[in-house]
Design a binder for this molecule. Structure first.
Ligand code: FAD
Length: 555
């Protein structure tokens, strides 16, 4: 097997080009990753191409929640609530290191869009439909209890609250863990490779793609029996490349998030509140930061570069200050931000927040299979539907039968705690192991929270480097980077500081502090030339500047 290392990208691509694949997936967000996982587990020869870094599109810019589907209930989408409730439980079971229960408070105000009784009944039905476990079922709180739980909330007109659970995740890390699981099942995967043009059989059926490797400039032809377009916000562009952009279209809506220090907005748990325009906003504590999101506005700018505008920023600041009147948030408090695009399926006469988040499969006359819409939360089920279709088509065309979907039973990379009664026991054992190897408790704890059970590999790197790097702090960084390069195809400094670790969002000062040491470690490991090292540094500095720049418009 070719290791999932940045040093093996070219070999991985070469292997994809060597013989016809059963399935080629275009797009390395959570949707493509989920399909690669499912297809590889069924025994299909699977390849995946991502034009930038994995999760670079929407899958690193979400609210980072595995929802139970409460908002679907509001829209009467009962089946969806049941489905996402099950998905959430499965993901927590198989990836407990990155899908973590988080208590959430839903304050109810006189004159707000939510009534007390309505919320009590809604959350009760939601618990039943989503199969919420007993310990996490909703509790209704009166005004006093609500204020005690969240003293910062506006008390005027407060009627009470609902206290329930959502699950928080790290979207980019979830995507990479799924890709690593797919790779362990045999999938061939490469980042920084675009599918630029489609190749066709004489009968007009799609046969493969021309793939451009953006790091070497080389182009290769990759052939596959089936091709899936999982390009999220680029789905229509990819259909256009196939001359099959007909019927249903995407509607892109932008959502932004702001990050502030926890001292500025020290909420005791996540809060989900409504604002006068009827939308709902999250305030979510994470480490020693709090993040706020999101907006939902129709977007027509460049797909590559959605930005948090000054108007987006001010909208969220106003919303927070209205509900947390003692906080007085100002633009100067913003430490970081991100903006993402929801690839929704257009529905006439509906506003952005009313459009269903349902997914849909579109098969073009060329045979290209497109998966559009959906959510991070439902990715496994979406993948199952797409892979069922691919499996059916392959069986009817060449008689080969593949195994049924097994992703509801397979552990996800970093989350396999077999041998322990609970993941908590496993974590404690890992912590002891890390400390024994010489890491500080905080360092070991950080690595476990990021990499789950794979952190033991980083501990081993750490030990093996003891003579080379005597300073423990620097050695921990070298070990973390070595793991990310060798096992997560981390190819650029931005891959590391943005998507593998989220430091640019939630540990900005730390990202700035380790920028230079990370750069020199990566330059040595990946043999960057002096100009390439400078380019990497400049690119990262630009990203760091961007998260606190708020242009007047998206142009
Ligand atoms: P993407 O992640 O965009 O992946 C598509 C990939 O295709 C991109 O990385 C792109 O680079 C690549 N690509 C495009 N063209 C090509 C090509 N020609 N060749 C190779 N690669 C190509 N969902 C939840 O469940 N919970 C949430 O809390 C949540 N919050 C959200 C908040 C916001 C603001 C937004 C915008 C979305 C949110 N979502 C949430 C929805 C969820 O994030 C998306 O549904 C999901 O990430 C979409 O994943 P995807 O893989 O389809 O698209």
């Amino acid at each position: 097997m070719i290791e999932f290392s940045a040093k093996n990208r070219t070999r991985m691509l070469g292997a994809m080009a060597e013989e016809e694949l059963d399935l080629l997936i275009i797009g390395g967000g959570i949707t493509g990753a989920g399909i690669a996982w499912d297809a590889s587990l069924r025994g299909m020869k699977t390849g995946l191409l991502e034009m930038r870094d994995f999760s670079w599109g929407t899958s690193s810019r979400s609210t980072k929640l595995i929802h139970g589907g409460l908002r679907y209930l509001k829209n009467g989408e009962v089946k969806l609530v049941m489905e996402v409730g099950r998905e959430r439980a499965l993901l927590h079971k198989h990836a407990p290191h990155i899908v973590i229960p988080a208590p959430m408070l839903l304050p109810i105000y006189k004159g707000g869009s939510l009534g007390y009784l309505e919320s009590a009944i809604g959350l009760y039905i939601y618990d039943l439909l989503a199969g919420v476990k007993r310990s996490e079922r909703r509790q209704m709180m009166n005004k006093e209890k609500t204020s005690a739980l969240e003293p910062l909330l506006r008390k005027e007109d407060l009627k009470g609250s609902g206290y329930y659970y959502e699950y928080r995740t790290d979207d980019a890390r979830l995507t990479i863990e799924i890709l690593k699981t797919a790779h362990a099942n045999g999938a061939l995967i490469a980042n920084y490779v675009s599918a630029s043009d489609f190749l066709y059989h004489r009968d007009g059926q799609v046969a493969g793609v021309k793939a451009i490797d953006h790091l070497t400039g080389e182009t290769v032809d990759i052939y596959a029996k089936k091709i899936v377009n999982a390009t999220g916000p680029w789905v229509d562009q990819t259909r256009k490349q196939d001359n099959s952009l007909q019927g249903k279209r995407l509607l892109l809506t932008k959502g932004v998030h702001l990050v502030v220090d926890e001292q500025k907005l020290p909420v005791q748990q996540a809060v989900y509140f409504d604002v006068p325009d009827g939308r709902m906003i999250f305030v979510i504590p994470r480490g020693n930061k709090t993040y706020i999101g999101t907006t939902d506005t129709v977007y027509a700018g460049a797909i590559e570069d959605p930005r948090t505008t000054a108007a987006d920023r001010d909208y969220l600041i106003r919303a927070v200050n209205a509900v947390f009147p003692e906080v007085h948030l100002t633009p100067d408090d913003i430490e970081s931000s991100w903006a993402g695009l929801r690839p929704l399926i257009r529905e006439e006469n509906k506003g952005p927040s009313e459009i269903s988040r349902k997914d849909e499969i579109i098969v073009s006359s060329s045979g290209l299979i497109t998966i559009a819409g959906g959510k991070l939360t439902g990715f496994r089920k979406m993948a199952e539907k797409v892979t069922d279709l691919v499996s059916k088509q392959l069986q009817s065309e060449d008689g080969r039968a593949f195994r049924p979907c097994g992703t509801d039973r397979q552990g996800i990379s970093g989350g396999d705690y077999s041998g322990y009664a609970t993941y908590e026991d496993c974590k404690q054992s890992l912590l002891r192991e890390g400390i024994k190897q010489g890491l500080g408790e905080q360092q070991a704890g950080y690595l476990i929270s990021q990499y789950g059970t794979n952190s033991s590999k980083i501990f081993r790197y750490f030990t093996s480097l003891s003579s080379e790097a005597p300073d423990a702090e620097n050695r921990a960084l070298i070990a973390e980077l070595a793991y990310c390069i060798e096992h997560e195809m981390t190819t650029s400094l931005a891959d590391f500081l943005i998507r593998r670790t989220g430091r640019i969002y939630f540990q900005r000062a730390e990202a700035e502090r380790i920028l230079e040491p990370s750069l020199s470690i990566m330059a040595r490991e990946l043999q960057w030339s002096e100009p390439e090292t400078m380019r990497q540094k400049q690119a990262m500095l630009k990203e760091l500047a961007k998260v606190t720049q708020f242009p007047e418009s998206n142009d």
